[in-house]
Design a protein around this ligand. Structure first.
Ligand code: CAA
Length: 389
């Protein structure tokens, strides 16, 4: 069975013709334009500038944004379908896509003013520029309410000071959504989200991280020293910043779940192919039950992850509560990605341990899906808290 064929009838998860067209377009793009050079970009930790430009041209960077603001006007199911296909080949490109679509564009469209949308969203949705979402700090990862970056109110502007860490698209973005504390006494209810532009006085892009996986994506620390941010760049009411971050991350987690699903499915497809080519003890390794069992378990868990990802996406499209579903999808899909990629390396044996066969990259890339946009432990917390609501 192909992992990309979905038989979900009866659960109202049928792929429409539009979904199938998105799947084909994303698959074709990934195979023809991302696969060549993916190993070299990973080795060199080289940001995929040309590939990201093409993702913008093809409409993959603002898929869910209204056409009024230059987006594709598609649903979340289309977005996760594209994320899966692109992640099957290049998870460095898909994290750029995920952050731009679900953290930056979605947040701006859902909560920004008309002026903010006109000024920033259109350029982000078309991929003319890309965005970054800046919540994490050196001492605030999982404990995201402990924001030390400050945004002090000076009447018609905020004065922004502090450091952000592990920011995806940190060096390549032009528009940054920065969470900062304005009223410390109000704790998380005193946090604001400010739109900051690259090049503003006092804003410095810090060192690029040398990462285990998703090496071609650029992850930076950012430093803000007395950066003057106009009041009109605040998203939502005073003190809305933490709610903004959490609401946006709920959708972001569906994107990362789809990325994890793609990594798992990509690793599985390579392992299935290899198992039919490689011979040992006088037969294809696929004919050994030990290998069959691995592949059977992989495809089963991947299909289960896909159902959770589609369910979360569908709930979001139906404007139903998707907080728990998104956390479940991310928790499960990321655990499957790490496990399936490790199994794919095992099936490849010695070949799996070298770069040429891709699966070692999948294994390194999979790890971050259990960490960013909320660790597996945070997803369990979110799921458990929803049980009591
Ligand atoms: N959706 C909406 N609102 C939420 C929410 C959610 N999922 N989770 C919490 N909130 C709200 C709560 O309702 C509460 O609001 P009120 O006080 O107004 O009622 C407020 O946020 C604070 O929540 P808690 O009291 O539950 O706070 P807490 O400190 O106990 O827990 C947390 C908060 C859930 C652990 C949160 O800090 C969290 O999600 N941490 C993980 C942070 C994270 O995901 N970071 C990812 C960084 S971005 C990234 O990785 C992008 C990338 O590069 C790819």
């Amino acid at each position: 069975m192909s992992t990309s064929t979905l038989e979900l009838s009866g659960l109202n998860f049928n792929l429409t013709e539009e979904h199938q067209a998105v799947q084909e377009a994303a698959r074709d793009f990934a195979q023809t334009e991302l696969l060549p050079g993916v190993i070299e970009r990973d080795n060199a930790a080289k940001f995929p500038t040309e590939q990201v430009r093409r993702m913008g041209e093809l409409g993959f960077l603002g898929m869910m944004v209204s056409p009024d603001y230059g987006g594709g006007g598609m649903d979340t199911v289309s977005y996760v379908i594209a994320m899966e296909e692109i992640s099957k080949v290049d998870a460095s490109c898909s994290v750029v896509m995920s952050v731009n679509n679900s953290l930056v564009c979605w947040g701006l469209e859902a909560f920004g003013t008309e002026e903010q949308k006109q000024k920033y969203l259109t350029r982000l949705a078309t991929g003319e520029v890309i965005g970054a979402f800046c919540l994490s700090e050196p001492e605030a990862g999982s404990d995201a309410t402990s924001q030390h970056t400050s945004a002090i109110d000076h009447g018609d502007y905020y004065l922004l000071n502090g450091t952000k860490n592990w920011i995806t698209n940190g060096g390549s973005a032009s528009t940054y959504l920065v969470m900062a504390q304005t009223h410390a006494e109000k704790q998380h209810r005193g946090i604001n989200c400010l739109i900051v532009e690259k090049g503003q006085d006092g804003f410095v892009v810090g060192k690029k991280e040398d990462k285990m996986g998703i090496r071609a994506s650029d992850t930076h620390s950012l430093m803000f020293t007395d950066v003057k941010v106009p009041k009109e760049n605040r998203i939502g009411d005073d003190g809305f910043g933490f709610k903004f971050a959490m609401s946006t991350l709920n959708g972001g987690r569906i994107g990362i779940a789809a990325q994890a699903l793609g990594i798992a499915a990509g690793a599985y497809e390579l392992a299935l192919k290899y198992a039919q080519e490689r011979q040992s003890f006088g037969k294809k390794i696929f004919d050994h039950q030990a290998i069959q069992f691995k592949l059977a378990e992989m495809v089963t868990k991947i299909e289960a992850a896909r159902l959770l990802v589609y369910k979360a996406a569908r709930l979001k499209d139906e404007h139903k509560d998707y907080v728990q579903a998104a956390a479940m999808a991310k928790l499960f899909a990321s655990e499957v990605a790490m496990w399936a990629a490790t199994e794919a390396v095992q099936i490849h044996g010695g070949y799996g341990y070298v770069k040429e066969y891709h699966v070692e990259r999948f294994m390194r890339d999979a790890k971050i899906t259990q960490i960013y946009e909320g660790t597996s432990e945070i997803q369990k917390l979110v799921i458990a808290r929803e049980l009591l609501k």
